[in-house]
Write a protein that binds this ligand. Structure first.
Ligand code: HEM
Length: 306
């Protein structure tokens, strides 16, 4: 269990001060992605059976931030320390989860309900509880079910990769998942589906067609990026024309340079996962609503607010 501390008016005031300071920190350092990763890695060690791990601030301890899954996160811990210095009453456990919430909100994501009161722990879980990016469906389910989370949570939370990028020297992977990794939106899912056709042939003359704005307009009409926009039956009929389809695939190829981890691709393989990927790619509001709920669950694993 994540311990709890008494939350009085003074503590709530300190929480609000920390929130303001986190906003400034993110503006100053453009560090929303790494703060979100920090919050997730502190919480994602939770084991529902033994009630150990979880969002208890233990990632601040050297024995935990040196786990290989946490490579690079010392940067985020040090950034949070500048806020802790100004708001010493807030626990690390609350500070890291609040940082994750503010990171999402300030990047254009949904508002996430934040309940303070997590106590700091001096115990760290054993290494190996966070997911391994090189594995697939079975592993993803094992790890997230252990936390007490569902298939829907797995897909919604994976949308966190709309922010930031991988660094060769930290994880061995390189690149961002989306074209605008500073924004929190549903582009992770759009690119995941686009990526499926990324391996198809695109001649330089094909690609040149994308530069013509008038042509592009028609191509984008049927691309996932414009999901939610008006499509008349006559528009949709164009999809049935093989020649037109070829151009749709052409646009999809633009996402070819983006990162897809094996665990990202696993979301396309399992039918239950895929259902949510397709929903979130075409319905951004559904993603943002579900993400906010799953993020709150993640941030409260083992912590039951009164
Ligand atoms: C980055 C793996 C789930 C948020 C990364 C990186 C890897 C990874 C390998 C690159 C780290 C680096 O090189 O800097 C995974 C795996 C997951 C997972 C295997 C299993 C599903 C999540 C979740 C969230 C998240 C649930 C948040 C809700 C992020 C963010 C970054 C990141 C924001 C970018 C960090 C930066 O730009 O510095 N993840 N992740 N990830 N992850 Fe995940």
């Amino acid at each position: 269990m994540v311990g709890r501390i008494a939350v009085n008016a003074e503590y709530l005031k300190e929480t609000e001060k920390a929130r303001r300071n986190l906003r400034k920190l993110i503006c100053r350092k453009n560090c929303a992605p790494i703060l979100l990763r920090l919050a997730w890695h502190d919480a994602g060690t939770y084991d529902a059976k033994t009630k150990t791990g979880g969002p208890d601030g233990s990632i601040r301890l050297e024995k935990e931030y040196t786990h290989s899954a946490n490579n690079g996160l010392k940067i985020a811990i040090d950034l949070c320390e500048t806020v802790k210095a100004k708001c010493p009453k807030i626990t690390y456990a609350d500070l890291y989860q609040l940082a994750g919430v503010v990171a999402v909100e300030q990047s254009g994501g949904p508002t996430i309900d934040f309940v303070p009161g997590r106590a700091d722990s001096t115990e760290s879980p054993e290494e190996g509880r966070l997911p391994d990016a090189k594995q697939g469906v079975t592993h993803l389910k094992e790890v997230f079910y252990r936390m007490g989370l569902s298939d829907k949570d797995i897909v919604a939370l994976s949308g966190g990769h709309t922010l930031g990028r991988a660094h060769q020297e930290r994880s061995g992977f390189e690149g961002s998942w989306t074209q605008e990794p500073q924004f929190f939106d549903n582009s992770y899912f759009v690119e995941l589906l686009n990526g499926e056709s990324a391996g198809l042939l695109k001649l330089p003359t094909d690609k040149a067609l994308l530069e013509d704005p008038e042509f592009r307009r028609y191509v984008e009409l049927l691309n996932g990026e414009s999901a939610g926009l008006l499509k008349l039956p006559t528009d949709k009929a164009l999809l049935e024309d093989p020649e037109f389809r070829r151009y749709v695939e052409l646009l999809n190829g633009e996402s070819a340079g983006l990162l897809k981890l094996p665990t990202d691709k696993a979301l396309l393989e399992d039918p239950e996962f895929r259902r949510y990927v397709e929903l979130y790619a075409k319905d951004e509001d559904a993603f943002l609503t579900d993400y906010a709920l799953s993020h709150k669950k993640l941030s409260e694993l083992g912590f039951s607010p009164p």
